[in-house]
Design a protein around this ligand. Structure first.
Ligand SMILES: [Zn+2]
Length: 218
């Protein structure tokens, strides 16, 4: 009698445990890795960086092979170094930087390598406040040399933002990030497939030059 009463209770406990485990599994590895970046940025803005993974031991460890936990696509701007603003160390981040954080085929190839061969499951596209490259596209005009290529790549985003309320430069910075997120999500044949199979998450973010805070864009 006693066992009969307790049996359904045990069964429901088992189901609850399985459920919780499954939920944990789906609230995923990439959530944990994104949190790792957010936590690192918090340490940076609190002026309490750990400078983790910057030891001689870490150098020896990663000399044998790399296993970065995230790709960061960001601007070449000297004020936005990913390892510093996310308080990460050697072998943690696979970084692609161009002025205006825009991506061409070479950049795509670099990202595909990180995803397909190094097993990275999280990409953060990080724009920043008062980005000079985006500002050049906002101001228009003609720049010399290959700088014009950068401006042309960003200009369509600026054109779309012109009728929206708020600060055109900051709106364009965010829209430019979203454009690159979209570009990566739909990039064939590799990234699109990984995203489709839920093996890859791509998020956009904005870095504030004044207070150092990284905000995830939704
Ligand atoms: Zn910039």
């Amino acid at each position: 009698m006693e066992i009969k009463k307790i049996y359904p209770f045990l069964i429901s406990c088992l189901f609850l445990a399985i459920n919780l485990f499954a939920q944990h599994e789906t609230s995923t590895w990439t959530d944990i890795q994104l949190q790792r970046l957010i936590d690192g940025n918090k340490r940076f803005t609190d002026s309490k960086p750990m400078h983790g993974n910057q030891t001689r031991e870490r150098r020896s460890e990663v000399a044998k092979g790399q296993k970065p936990f995230a790709v960061v696509v960001t601007c070449s701007d000297s004020r936005v170094p990913p390892e510093i603003i996310f308080d990460q160390g050697l072998g943690d981040l696979f970084v692609i930087r161009t002025a205006g954080n825009i991506i061409d085929d070479i950049g795509l190839g670099s990202i595909e390598y990180a995803v397909e061969h190094l097993g990275v499951q999280l990409i953060v596209v990080l724009g920043h406040e008062r980005c000079g490259a985006v500002d050049a596209a906002v101001k228009g005009g003609h720049a010399g040399g290959h700088i014009q290529n950068l401006i042309e790549a960003i200009r369509p985003v600026v054109e779309k933002e012109k009728n929206n309320k708020g600060d055109l430069l900051d709106n364009s910075v965010k829209a430019n990030v979203q454009m690159v997120v979209k570009q990566l999500n739909s990039s064939e044949p590799i990234l699109k497939e990984f995203v489709h199979e839920k093996k890859l998450t791509i998020v956009g973010a904005r870095y504030d030059l004044d207070d150092g805070v990284v905000t995830i864009l939704h």
